[in-house]
Design a protein around this ligand. Sequence first.
Ligand code: PLP
Length: 550
Amino acid sequence: MIPYGKQFLDEEDINVVADVLKSDFLTTGPKINEFENKVAEYTGAKYAVAVSSGTAALHLACLAAGLKKGEELITSPMSFAASANCALYCRAKPIFVDIDEQGLIDVDKIEGKINDKTKVIIPVHYTGLPCNMEKIKQISDKHNLTIIEDACHALGAKYKGSKIGDCKYSNMAVFSFHPVKQITTGEGGMITTNSKELYEKLKMLRNHGITKDPKKLINKNEGPWHQEMQELGFNYRITDFQCALGISQLGKIEKFIENRRKIAKKYDKVFENNDNIEIIKEKEGQFDSYHLYVIRVKDKETRLKLFNYLKNNNIFCQVHYMPVYWHPYYQKLGYEKGLCSNAEEFYQRMISIPIYPKLTEKEQEYVIEQIKEFKEVNKNKKILSKRIYLRELTLDDASHKYCSWLNDPEVNKYLETHKSTIKELKKYIQKQIDDPNSFFVGIFDKKNDKHIGNIKLEPIDWKKRKVIFGILIGNKNYWGKSIGTEATKLIVDYAFNELNLTEIELGVISENKAAIRVYEKVGFKIVGIKKNAVDHEGVLYDDVIMVIKK
Ligand SMILES: Cc1ncc(COP(=O)(O)O)c(C=O)c1O
């Protein structure tokens, strides 16, 4: 299975964690400071505070910004729920601003959402692509907002040459070290800032709001053990062994980013001229660190088919993200669908495909090949020949007539069909529609659109490019007119030329001599006979296996 994202861990990573486990400190030891200093140095910020997750980092950043009940926080709906949840943790209200064509907060729509309750703005560097921070800073300065960059996707990214996390355009930046991110500590997060005041607040808040600093005590110092809880903080501490892992991972970050970018550039090159796929390209001033690589397809139906198709071929993609306010919790709070139409449209068509440092060239080639090979069945597209056309069946095709074929002993004589109600038929058709490895079409009369029968290519083995074929001419008015031959020829051509398959196999009852002749006429050859393999109403028949190759 090739996932959309995955950590990279080596022996060195494992050893440094083991070393800490053998030491005196499991938590709040020397590795915390060391990791914080390394991240501060890497990003170019003055200070860094390590915490237990990106979510904890967002929560603390909002608390440090003083966000409170009744106030508002602006963010993007194209993000993980945590980007907005942090407002709710502070009893403030998340306000969603729609996105631009890159999936980033649309800077031209921010001011329209600002009022005197607005306190914080959280731009999300979605997928690792930096937002327009210059504009965001300009707006925030004008309205006196605190900027917290949600850089959970964006360690290693740069905006106009400045590293994300250096806080040149913000008050704080927040990172996540979840395993699919650029570096990992298992769970973990970090806040960077250039403000000493925020830094000290954050440090205190991550540790229950407790301070031991003699200079900061409110009460009289009772002795060397003395500590005071001065605010309502949390236990958002990260462990020492996690930080040891973080330090070791950070040592490899240049290589990680280089690998991610190499993979992304290859995808860019392959997909930019593909009419069926839209990609997100970096613009001037953006240096993407590619936590994710997102492609967009024609519509949500195609997205579902592609997703399932890739899954069936051992490529496990993901969708990032359903707009945050579509989650039931937000719907219950009163956020309505339709709020951010760009984000909603963006979500319906997008899919995140594999990108991570360990993805080999061969694996990437395989992913590219599979995506290129994915041919969707266009519901409305007619596959035409002289007298008939084929098209994918819809639920409306589940008619009484269609049912009556399946219940007619004459039609069924040599077939393995069974009796069906309209309800069962609908269920069956839906299953075929949803199955990416099935191509199920009806045969229709070109003159009057009458439903004549069906053809099924299923299951399709996309890797071996093989498929099993089946045909049913249910409408008896069309018997004896070589419609079956015409339809079989048509589907064989379609399978070879449009679906890129190279081999079609069928099984036919040995008594069905007429059908065998038809298939031979089209080009199928008998490759074997399975004795007594078909049980038709209690009688066993031989199954003749026939194959046609491209
Ligand atoms: C944009 C964004 N913000 C915040 C978070 C929360 O980070 P964590 O999982 O470390 O709590 C995530 C996690 O995936 C994220 O993608």
